[in-house]
Design a protein around this ligand. Structure first.
Ligand code: ATP
Length: 409
């Protein structure tokens, strides 16, 4: 087992474009760290530098207290599991799992048999040990790849999108298996994905990257509830956070569909800025008919016309169009380099209780909880109303607290 420290790592390819741009990250011994971000953000490059498959342009990589920049991948004692499994097609499952042990050349045949048997028991592969990879399902092949990582007794597991070739159901199963295995073995794990469900369910902490820059490193709960900027707010959460224009006038925050009394903490957080972007998660709303009386005192109620509803059995969404004054939208579009037109929609997504009878085309009365609203600076994208979470009540899953965010340059 080992802790992994990445210090001011930069990776430039030939054209000088920094694929990874001054990233620093401390991964604790036994921690499950996720690297997540859109395609091309540099997450695989960062993982490959840790494992030694890619040189660093500058910065240090320290594993278990030792600087490893100049060590070959094999000397780093890390086990990597790839998306395409990287199994040897001509070898049986047994021999695939035994392969790294034979390569080490220090184990007797008896030891190899025991280590492979133990790993295949853990992964429920006992019945398949004589088969070739082509005779296995995708999930079984992925388990063989994990078996090969386990037998090596590596200091850390590194996963590069290991589940992206599997169908949705199997992905769900394998996710649980990986989590169970990691918890049981307590091995430091770094896991690259672009799938936010994997990021949120697997990670003790999640590092969000954008164009090579680290945006925020925090527990899944903190990322969801207190994102540092528009990018993280829009990337984490499904359906995504609504971004709507917001103007502070006198003692009110004017949104396109309702005015909200200004909260004291907003006033101090935004300073003298009056044009902002409000971020509201779809789950901050309720059908006012279903909100209990005690709650109604706290929130605001407003009328909307629902365009369409999506009922999924256990959840229901309503889409509510709104119009922002053109001069406000125009100014925001000029300022908001962070926002692409897709994020700044002219409709809001509102999660409703599945019991709600609101239907397509209905006028509806919604209740909004203003305490769950975020205010972003349209120019920098910073979340001005972010507060640090005391991340203690997560059932002990997230062992380490959030680190200070590295601001995008
Ligand atoms: P994906 O999810 O699509 O795999 P990623 O976040 O893992 O994306 P990387 O593969 O790390 O992204 O790539 C980061 C950036 O570096 C991309 O812009 C990519 O084009 C560039 N890049 C990666 N490998 C090389 C290379 N060998 N030569 C030049 N540029 C590269």
């Amino acid at each position: 087992m080992a802790e992994i420290t990445v210090k001011n790592i930069v990776k430039r390819y030939g054209d000088g474009f920094p694929a990874v741009n001054d990233v620093s990250l401390d991964i604790a011994d036994g921690e499950f760290m996720i690297l997540v971000g859109p395609s091309g953000c540099g997450k695989s490059t960062l993982l490959r530098m840790i494992v030694g498959l890619e040189d660093t342009t500058s910065g240090d990589i320290v594993i278990g207290g030792k600087r490893v920049n100049d060590m070959a991948p094999r000397q780093r004692n890390l086990a990597m599991v790839f998306q395409n499994y990287a199994l040897y097609p001509h070898l049986s499952v047994f021999e695939n799992i035994a392969f790294p042990l034979r390569l080490q050349g220090k184990h007797s045949e008896e030891e190899i048999r025991k280590l492979v048997t133990d790993a295949s028991d853990t992964l429920e592969l006992q019945e398949h040990l004589d088969r070739k990879p082509s005779q296995l399902s995708g999930g079984q092949r992925q388990r063989v790849a994990m078996g090969r990582a386990i037998v090596r007794q590596a200091d850390a597991f590194l996963f590069d999108e290991p589940l992206s070739n599997l169908d949705a159901k199997l992905r769900g199963q394998m996710r649980t298996e990986i989590l169970r295995l990691q918890r049981r073995l307590g091995v430091t794990t770094v896991y690259v994905t672009h799938d936010q469900t994997e990021a949120m369910t697997l990670g003790d902490r999640v590092a969000v990257l954008k164009r090579g820059l680290l945006q925020q490193v925090a527990s899944p709960r903190e990322l969801y509830e207190q994102p540092v900027n528009l990018f993280v707010a829009g990337f984490i959460g499904s359906p995504p956070m609504n971004f709507v224009p917001a103007v502070i006038k006198d003692d009110k925050l004017e949104l396109p569909f309702v005015d909200i009394p200004l909260r004291d903490e907003w006033r101090s957080a935004v300073g003298d800025q009056s044009l902002l972007i409000a971020g509201i998660r779809p789950g901050s709303f309720e059908d006012a008919h279903l909100v209990d009386a005690g709650k109604k005192d706290r929130g605001v109620i407003f009328e909307v016309t629902v365009d369409v509803t999506e009922w999924l059995g256990n959840e229901q969404y309503a889409f509510v169009p709104y119009e922002a004054p053109p001069e406000i939208s125009g100014k925001l579009a000029e300022l908001a380099s962070e926002l692409d037109s897709e994020q700044m929609r002219t409709q809001m997504c509102v999660e409703l209780d599945p019991m709600s009878r609101v239907r397509d085309g209905d006028k509806a009365s919604l209740w909004l909880d203003p305490s769950r609203l975020h205010l972003f600076d349209p120019k920098t994208g910073d979340n001005l109303t972010r507060v640090d979470l005391d991340d203690g009540d997560d059932g002990g899953r997230h062992r380490t607290g959030a680190e200070p965010a590295q601001q995008p340059g």
